[in-house]
Design a protein around this ligand. Structure first.
Ligand code: GLP
Length: 248
């Protein structure tokens, strides 16, 4: 029986990015109005650079693609340079032919965050659901901003960030963890698991222990990424360092 998530181990982080970018390019060719779920973080930077390269080579057309970002810091307007929306513009959207009216973000500055979370769920539904959800993983096993907890929320929700998560996002705030907002909004695990396909990428030794638990450990709210074991079409793309304790 094919186990889920399916694990693919590549020789390097660059090869992870190339393989996934190729997958996205092919999916766009097959379905130009593909609905993509997108992550932020250091890990997808190579992927976004590779997608820009493919686009310039005429192998990735984003003109009809619809995108939904996973999460956003609470309190930051989209034009704030530390926002995830600004991150996406810097690393992908300013360099490809994506249509701004088809890019979806949670509005970190929304006056009513709960209503904003509901709006986002409605927008995902109205787009017909997410076709391909790309994910990173925090060293504590979070996906999006679904932090380890005794209970998880299924749908897009407001969340308090763990100290380690604020620490790992400090790079966006001049290296100061204390400047990272204490709260965020994130798609829930249910939102993520409803995507038709999901690919989690992890590179580097710091993710190896966590990834091994995601693949081989029990499904637990203490490790939100472990819920990917419940998805029929989930894959994990690793470099050798992140996959060092697994057979790919
Ligand atoms: C942030 C994002 C996550 C991402 C994680 C990992 O916390 N909200 O979606 O997966 O960072 O970041 P990195 O790739 O830098 O390790």
């Amino acid at each position: 029986m094919q186990r889920s998530p399916r694990v693919l181990i590549f020789a390097s982080a660059g090869e992870v990015a190339e393989a996934l970018a190729r997958r996205v390019g092919e999916a766009l060719a097959h379905k130009p109005d593909l609905v993509l779920g997108l992550p932020t973080g250091r890990t997808p930077l190579l992927l976004y650079a590779e997608l820009v390269r493919l686009h310039r080579a005429g192998e990735a057309d984003f003109s009809r693609a619809v995108t939904f970002n996973l999460d956003e810091f609470l309190g930051l307007p989209g034009d704030h340079p530390s926002s995830y929306r600004a991150f996406m513009r810097r690393h992908l959207f300013d360099h490809v032919n994506a249509d701004p009216s088809r890019m979806n973000f949670l509005d970190g500055a929304a006056l009513d965050p709960l209503q904003e979370c509901e709006r986002y769920e409605g927008a995902i539904d109205a787009a017909g659901g997410i076709d391909l959800q790309i994910l990173g993983i925090g060293t504590n096993g979070h996906v999006g901003f679904n932090e380890p907890a005794t209970e998880l929320e299924a749908r897009t929700h407001r969340v308090t960030l763990k100290p380690e998560t604020r620490h790992s996002n400090a790079g966006l705030f001049g290296g100061h963890p204390d400047r990272v907002p204490t709260e965020a909004m994130s798609m829930g695990m249910g939102t993520i698991l409803h995507a038709r396909e999901a690919v989690l990428i992890a590179t580097g030794e710091s993710k190896a222990r966590c990834v091994a638990r995601v693949v081989n450990g029990p499904i637990t709210t203490a490790l939100p990424a472990s819920f990917l074991q419940l998805h029929r079409h989930a894959e994990i793309f690793l470099d050798r360092a992140a996959g060092q304790t697994l057979d790919g």
